[in-house]
Write a protein that binds this ligand. Structure first.
Ligand code: ZN
Length: 476
């Protein structure tokens, strides 16, 4: 199904959870179409898995870590009440980002290509979080501001359909029946967009950013796509007009100056994303070199050049490119991860390990570093240690299919057959393939040595079947 072309991800203008859950219908109450907060959470997660099964994603740990960390930081100063968020990074160079019920935050690779500073990037996400916190979707639907099942289904189906592209007939069929409800929602959008801008600006300021980044980004986007016959989806759902720019400019100007506009870290992440969307490592190297010719002090370009050279197998040149960066910032995690990548590619595993150990002492909880260590342990043919490291990683990332994929691999290598099938089940469930997930748990049960384990697997299997039932019901 993964036939994602340049994706069109509709912006979902949504809602957060009600603060009072007491009087809501209980889970599974068939007499009401109103979704309880817990249902909303579960439905959101179930739909996220369906989305994951239908779009190509970016699985770079550094990119994932950056998006998660930055959005959580914004959420802290936002008006969002339920801050249990899950993320999806979509492999598309088109500008887009969205937030959906159940706390799903989606970001396209193209957001990094278009947003030139961290402040611009944060503007888009603060706006999206505001749609969530202001419960925009529900507000359009009914006065009591509670999500209704058909509306939520329509909304999420729309997201999956748009993200999967028109080419996927199965997903298009799911969305077809729901399209009318999506249209209904649009009627309310202009007012919601204004409010999301306004609340987003307040949040940017509270989070320490200069909110002037928001109108700046709008202005640039308007110039950039003014004569474009097919502007990105984000601009279709978020028409940037002169009056919108003037309005956000006025509001942003009221904030005191001195907020953060950009960060070196954002530029480094941006270089990673730029490399993904270059045709070849050679072309990427050429572009980063041109940037360096213009500005020899541009560390992000030097870093990008090093990555492009590693990817292209020019390891000595890559080493030379990283050298001045590491000399300047010997403990920088991003540069050290690049050097570790270089050593592993060069098969200098002892050097890589030394560096991993030194960095681990400095940043014990860093996800990309943990993942680099696991990759290294596997290269060194040490599956038992890799398994232990992955179990530790799972504690913080229990809903990350990339981690479960590795866990299944490693358990297979370590001869843990029951664990292998359990891990595969979790992986398949997280990417929306419930049939496979349930089957994997059958295999696990058949091989389970004792009754307690069998019962545990059985209980998990029932949970997954319930999730599958929910998804099917929504797709009817
Ligand atoms: Zn919006």
């Amino acid at each position: 199904m993964n036939l994602l072309r340049p994706t069109l991800l509709t912006l979902a203008c949504l809602m957060a959870l009600p603060s009072h859950a007491d009087d809501l219908p209980s889970l599974g109450d068939a007499s009401s179409a109103i979704v309880s907060p817990q249902q909303e959470h579960q439905l959101g997660r179930a739909w996220l898995s369906l989305l994951r099964g239908n779009v190509n994603q970016l699985n770079d740990p550094q990119l994932k870590d950056y998006v998660e960390t930055s959005v959580y930081r914004l959420a802290e100063t936002s008006q969002l009440q339920d801050r249990r968020l899950e993320f999806i990074l979509i492999d598309s160079r088109e500008l887009n980002a969205f937030a959906a019920p159940g706390g799903i935050v989606g970001v396209n690779g193209g957001l990094f290509l278009n947003a030139q500073t961290e402040g611009e990037y944060a503007s888009v996400l603060a706006h999206e979080l505001a749609h969530l916190s202001q419960r925009h979707f529900a507000r359009g639907v009914e006065a009591q501001q509670r999500m209704q099942l058909p509306m939520m289904a329509a909304l999420l189906a729309g997201i999956v359909a748009a993200a999967a592209g028109a080419g996927d007939a199965g997903i298009a069929a799911i969305a077809g029946t729901q399209a009318a409800a999506i249209q209904e929602q649009r009627r309310f959008s202009r007012q919601n967009e204004q409010e999301a801008d306004r609340i987003g600006i307040l949040n940017l300021e509270k989070a320490g950013y200069d909110p002037r980044n928001m109108p700046s980004m709008f202005e640039r986007l308007m110039r950039q796509y003014r004569y474009d016959a097919k502007p990105p989806e984000f601009l279709l759902t978020h028409p940037v007009t002169e009056s919108r720019i003037a309005d956000t400019r006025n509001r942003a100007e009221q904030a005191p100056k001195g907020g953060t506009e950009d960060s070196q870290r954002y530029q480094l992440i941006r270089a990673r994303v730029a490399l993904i969307y270059e045709g070849t490592p050679g072309l990427a190297a050429k572009r980063f070199r041109a940037q360096l010719d213009e500005n020899p002090n541009m560390d992000a370009a030097r870093y990008g050049l090093a990555l492009a050279l590693i990817k292209g197998g020019q390891l000595n040149e890559a080493r030379e490119s990283l050298k001045p960066l590491l000399a300047k910032a010997p403990n920088d995690i991003t540069y050290n991860l690049a050097q570790i990548d270089l050593e592993i590619t060069n098969n200098r595993l002892a050097d890589a390990q030394q560096r991993v150990d030194r960095m681990r002492a400095l940043y014990p909880a860093n996800y990309p570093l943990q993942q680099a260590r696991i990759d290294l342990l596997l290269k060194q043919n040490r599956p038992a240690e890799a398994e232990k490291a992955l179990d530790a990683l799972l504690k913080n990332r229990p809903e990350d299919p990339d981690v479960w994929y590795d866990v299944a691999e490693v358990r297979g290598l370590a001869g843990n057959t029951v664990g292998l099938h359990q891990a595969r089940a979790e992986y398949f469930a997280l990417v929306g393939d419930y049939d496979q997930a349930v089957q994997q748990l059958d295999y696990a049960k058949q091989r389970a040595g004792n009754r307690v384990l069998k019962e545990k697997i059985d209980a998990r299997q029932r949970e997954l079947m319930e999730q599958q039932r929910m998804v099917k019901e929504m797709m009817r």
